[in-house]
Design a protein around this ligand. Sequence first.
Ligand SMILES: N[C@@H](CCC(=O)N[C@@H](CS)C(=O)NCC(=O)O)C(=O)O
Length: 202
Amino acid sequence: MLKIHGIPRSRAFRCIWAAEEAGLPYEVVPIGFLPGFKLERAVAINPNNKIPALEDGDLVLFESLAINLHIAGKAGAPLMPAGDDASRVMQWTLWTATEVEATTMRWAYNTYLKPEGERVASEAAAGKEALDLRLAVLDSVLADRAFLLGDTFTVADLNLSCVLYAPWMNKYDLARFPKVKAWLDACLTRPAALRARQQREG
Ligand SMILES: N[C@@H](CCC(=O)N[C@@H](CS)C(=O)NCC(=O)O)C(=O)O
């Protein structure tokens, strides 16, 4: 049984979604930053004292997107394809981590996450400008395919769309990126995504 340490309102949502897509049994160990959940406990499982972390038998992992690669690897194809497509999954996951997440968070912190008085409008604008550059790239890639690797949803789609869930949910202007909008709609309304979102949003 997979143990996902975290709460659905955190990045643990991503790993819950991955476990749902993989169809693997899991339990959520509720460690978090909401009242009643002490984040200090996370350091026992994750040296960064952050969530999520995964326990799978003797294996303990941190980093949500790496956890998702592990979960998808256990499920195999089509979620985690083999051969060159496994390298493409790695490419998109690293692109997500290095190019997309920080720009997304720069926009999100300064748009709705920080208390109103702490938000900096110029930071929000800079985050949006940087994220728009990435979304333009993504829109061009999705011009001739439904998902990142072709016709089939893989963990590459999961890892990128779970990071873009924040703008998608919070009225980010996607009008210039219709392919991205359609792809996000498709990813984030999959049955497994809806089951994970129900835990987070419900
Ligand atoms: N890169 C890490 C980020 C983990 C992270 O920052 N988690 C947040 C919750 S979503 C956290 O634990 N924050 C508490 C803190 O930074 O003290 C991942 O993707 O797992």
